[in-house]
Design a protein around this ligand. Structure first.
Ligand code: TTP
Ligand code: MG
Length: 387
């Protein structure tokens, strides 16, 4: 099998991208507000008395193997002195807003991915004589001055590498990948560190002989496509250190959503129920951000929930949005939005879960289907039976 070459038309756009990601965000806020927690192992999430799941844990707790999305019971087994704290979303949102404000003092091109992370395009920024590295340092410093929290930052010529770089030196890290280093860096990158490759895909890659991203060069593109489908194209570009997505771009988006994959399967409806407040809040945050950025863009027409079973079967359940009292277009009140979403998710997940005979679940997802012209789209689907 011949190794493939980078076609000459695939080149990296000249970009200076910073990815900023707060360190153990929810746990860090809890430690900030209660300094007694500082040197203790702390987790934020459901209590181990129920069947809760962790949102995150501080770095002290991570020494014991505690991770996001782990069940609280399992976490307690690994670390018996772990302190559990219930999430306080409005406080996290408050700090998230302060961080966002800092980003906007450096560039208008800011794309938040969640409450605690964002991409910034500083290609045309004149701050620090245009040095993205110095800007990243200043941003980290500003965040610390304003909030008392540390962030990690990655600097690179594209989104893919900037995101990898922000994780490289966590916590309180700064890592820079210069343009001349991108190809080599990407080639040597362990495949499991490529954003979008989770634990399951990582396993699949290993079984196919792909341990580093550069290993894909040993196979023809058709082979990659047969194993990875639509993902092959981006994997292929990334293997050369190339990613030409721009900050703030969403491509031709058909849906807007978020999902969580769990370390241990959710075994009952009450375990599902525990995760719904987080999903509702996360979705209302993302939606609000999306509509602020795209006031004339596609509108949501349906709301969906989805689950993946322990056997990797995916099931979704959708509802037309016109039956739901959500004012997303100019919704300012995120708490109200997430309350309405939460009510709907309760009903929809319960129905879906019963319908598929309550199997163990490894993933929950929620979101909106969006379309350029909602009326047309609804007409087209007129014959479909929607609930
Ligand atoms: P992350 O940035 O993934 O994690 P983190 O900030 O806690 O830790 P790190 O230092 O490794 O960046 O997520 C940000 C916040 O989102 C996290 O503090 C809690 C929340 N979250 C969940 O509620 N559930 C999850 O499964 C994950 C991954 C995050
Ligand atoms: Mg983080």
């Amino acid at each position: 099998m011949g190794a493939f070459q980078l076609p000459s038309q695939i080149t990296q756009k000249n970009q200076k991208i910073i990815h900023v990601d707060m360190d153990c965000f929810f746990a860090a806020v809890e430690m900030l507000d209660n300094p007694e927690l500082k040197d203790k192992a702390v987790a934020v999430g459901g209590s181990p008395n129920g069947r809760g799941v962790l949102c995150t844990a501080n770095y002290e707790a991570r020494k014991f193997g505690i991770r996001s999305a782990m069940s609280s019971v399992e976490a307690l087994k690994k670390c018996p002195h772990l302190i559990f704290i219930r999430p306080r979303s409005s406080r996290y949102k408050e700090i998230s807003d302060q961080i966002k404000e800092i980003f906007h003092t450096y560039t208008d091109k800011v794309e938040p991915l969640s409450l605690d992370e964002a991409f910034l395009d500083v290609t045309n920024s004149s701050d620090c004589q245009g040095s993205a590295t110095l800007i990243a340092e200043k941003i980290k410093n500003d965040i610390f001055q304003k909030t008392g929290l540390t962030a990690s930052a990655g600097v690179a010529p594209n989104k893919f590498l900037a995101k990898v770089a922000s994780d490289w030196k966590k916590p309180n890290g700064l890592f820079v990948i210069n343009p001349h280093e991108t190809a080599q860096f990407a080639k040597e990158l362990p495949i499991g560190l490529v954003p979008g490759i989770g634990k399951v895909t990582e396993k699949k890659c290993h079984s196919l002989g792909l341990r580093t991203l550069g290993d894909v060069h040993h196979y023809p593109y058709s082979w990659l496509e047969s194993h990875f489908g639509k993902f092959a194209g981006s994997l292929y570009s990334k293997s050369f250190g190339i990613d030409n997505r721009t900050v703030g771009s969403n491509g031709s988006r058909k849906s807007l959503g978020c999902e969580e994959t769990y370390h241990s399967d959710l075994m009952s409806y009450s375990e599902i129920e525990d995760r719904l407040p987080f999903l509702a809040e996360e979705l209302s945050f993302r939606t609000n951000h999306y509509f602020n950025k795209n006031p004339d863009g596609p509108r949501p027409i349906k709301i969906y929930v989805k689950v993946k079973t322990n056997e990797f079967n995916l099931h979704t359940y959708e509802k037309l949005l016109r039956h739901i009292p959500l004012k997303l277009d100019n919704e300012r009140d995120l708490i109200e939005t997430s309350k309405v979403l939460l009510d709907n998710f309760h009903n929809m997940f319960q129905d879906l879960y019963n319908k598929i005979d309550s199997p163990p679940l490894r993933l929950l997802g929620v979101g909106f289907r969006i379309a350029a012209n909602p009326h047309q789209e609804i007409e087209r689907m007129g014959q479909l039976r929607l609930l």
